[in-house]
Design a protein around this ligand. Structure first.
Ligand code: SF4
Length: 357
């Protein structure tokens, strides 16, 4: 079944379109101290090498704001978003530095005059503003009215911020309403979808460490994507942010929405298993982490179910009693003794990748 995406306006982060039918982009956020330009640029380059399409950088104070022009110059052409809270001057500095997007909630930056000032600067460079509401940031009055930071309270909070920007005459807006709780997040986005046609930045916030956070994000984003409610995604993990990017593309790939990167298919192993499926699959997956080509590699533990899956992949290995059978593009390619299975698999993968490049 084809996923029907919600119809939205389109905004641009630099040259990158978001919403309006553009491919769903993957973003992440630097975890470095922004004042440390060298560390921030180094991490941003690693993110970029992993395929990250939008990089967000926190701007907590004036010193961080002063670092922005140097960060901008070191990352030409990379869509950069400045994350701002409370201080409108930091937003003005980010626009001035040439950042492509702002994440700020206009209700928190000190009144209509300041909002107008930020909007005027953003408008001049066509810099979109993301309203980002988290369950933890819902205003007290809304939480009291709705009995806590419920989906309705989060949606109302986002609408309130959006209306402030609209009242200042600006419509280059993206919106997010994230919670740790998956059903609440889905309800909040669904409620907003009925009210707004701005693109959605989707994610599950404070999701956790790589494994549990990756699962939580996979479930939450999977549902949001299936409902057509995501235009750009961030997988929030307490981990190296490069993992957020890898996870983001894997989720999109699992949903059939992007075809970038490697999938390693491997069997769970059982009493029929003849070889080190776990070791071979883990090592090949690690090798393929930074690969951008669309490739599927299968590692299967026996001759019962192995050949079928191995045949479906670009490169497959079905391990048998006396070595492995390698498949390439659906056909049995060659038999190899056990000691040569892994290097032979790597060699076949290399051949397929160079053919795809
Ligand atoms: S492919 Fe073979 S070894 Fe792997 S789980 Fe299935 S039956 Fe077991």
């Amino acid at each position: 079944m084809k996923i029907l995406r919600r119809k939205t306006r389109q905004v641009h982060l630099g040259a990158l379109p978001v919403g309006g039918g553009a491919p769903i982009s993957v973003q992440s956020m630097c975890s470095t101290d922004t004042r440390n330009v060298r560390a921030t640029v180094r991490q941003a380059r690693r993110l970029r090498a992993a395929g990250c399409e939008v990089i967000r950088i926190a701007v907590p104070d004036d010193e961080a704001a002063r670092a922005l022009p140097r960060i901008r110059r070191a990352l030409p052409g990379v869509p950069l978003v400045a994350d701002i809270h409370f201080d409108h001057k930091l937003a003005l500095a980010a626009v001035d530095a040439g950042f492509d997007g702002l994440r700020l909630n206009p209700g928190n930056i000190g009144g209509p005059a300041r909002v107008r000032e930020v909007v005027a600067a953003a408008r001049e460079r066509k810099v979109p503003i993301r309203v980002g509401v988290n369950a933890g940031s819902v205003e007290k009055d809304l939480a009291a009215r709705h009995g806590g930071p419920t989906p309705r309270a989060m949606a109302q909070s986002a609408l309130r911020h959006v209306r402030i920007i609209e009242d200042a005459g600006y419509r280059e807006i993206k919106v997010s309403v994230k919670s740790f709780d998956v059903p609440s997040t889905i309800d909040a986005y669904s409620l907003l979808a009925a009210e707004l046609d701005y693109p959605f930045h989707a994610g599950i916030t404070e999701a956790g460490t790589a494994f549990s956070g990756g699962l939580r994000s996979g479930v939450g984003l999977g549902i949001l994507l299936y409902l057509g409610l995501a235009d750009t995604i961030r997988v929030s993990l307490t981990a190296d942010p490069v993992m957020e990017v890898t996870a983001g593309f894997r989720i999109l790939k699992a949903m059939g929405l992007r075809r970038r990167g490697a999938d390693v298919v491997s069997c769970p192993t059982c009493g029929r298993c003849h070889g080190d499926v776990l070791g071979i699959a883990s090592r090949i997956e690690k090798r393929l982490t930074g690969v951008t080509e669309d490739i599927r590699v299968a590692v299967m533990g026996c001759e019962v179910n192995g050949p079928g899956e191995a045949r479906e992949a670009d490169v497959g290995l079905a391990i048998g009693r006396s070595g492995g059978l390698l498949f390439r593009e659906g056909k049995a390619a060659r038999k190899v003794p056990e000691s040569e299975m892994e290097p032979a698999l790597v060699e076949e993968v290399r051949k397929v990748l160079s053919a795809k490049a």
